[in-house]
Design a protein around this ligand. Sequence first.
Ligand SMILES: Cc1cc2nc3c(=O)[nH]c(=O)nc-3n(C[C@H](O)[C@H](O)[C@H](O)COP(=O)(O)O)c2cc1C
Length: 180
Amino acid sequence: MEALQNIRERRSIRKYADKPVTKEQIAAIAEAAKMAPSWKNSQTVRYYAVMDTALKDRIAEEGTLNFSKNGNNIRSAAALVILATVDGIAGFEPDGTPTTAKGTHWQSFDAGIACQTFCLAAHDMGLGTLIMGIFDEPKIRELADIPAGESISALIAVGYPEENPNAPKRREVTELLQYR
Ligand SMILES: Cc1cc2nc3c(=O)[nH]c(=O)nc-3n(C[C@H](O)[C@H](O)[C@H](O)COP(=O)(O)O)c2cc1C
């Protein structure tokens, strides 16, 4: 798939087919996502792929801050990827002092780049994704055994799409872009 076509056509998918996704497919997506740029190439993003339905259902039930739409999204998807980042590296000097005034901003920045790279790679492989920001971090940390020293940036549902939604309206480039 052409890169621009991929960028244009990727959509958030909230309804998935009852069809499994394999560990090999998730690994192939992660293989592409690892090429995402990062702060000083520090590569602090970690992917925890929940393939076990019972655990995925518990996260849907207990880890979504009672936002039931995300519970349904997670239950519907074949896999759930927990995107985490190692704390205190991106944006920081080796002695722990922040390199810029933006503190932990760069850690989230790297997570975002990796997240979109992951979703675009999945789309290229015929899989749908949904990035979710509404989740209960302490609960998911406990349920999925996410190590101390890592923060959970986002959840990504992954599965075969069973819907083909239109793109939500985007602002005009004239509103987004200015020249100086
Ligand atoms: C950081 C972030 C958090 C999001 N959180 C949620 C979420 O919790 N639940 C959800 O259904 N969609 C969530 N979305 C998906 C957005 O609603 C979606 O990307 C946006 O409406 C544009 O649609 P598109 O992805 O199909 O282009 C999130 C997207 C981003 C980037």
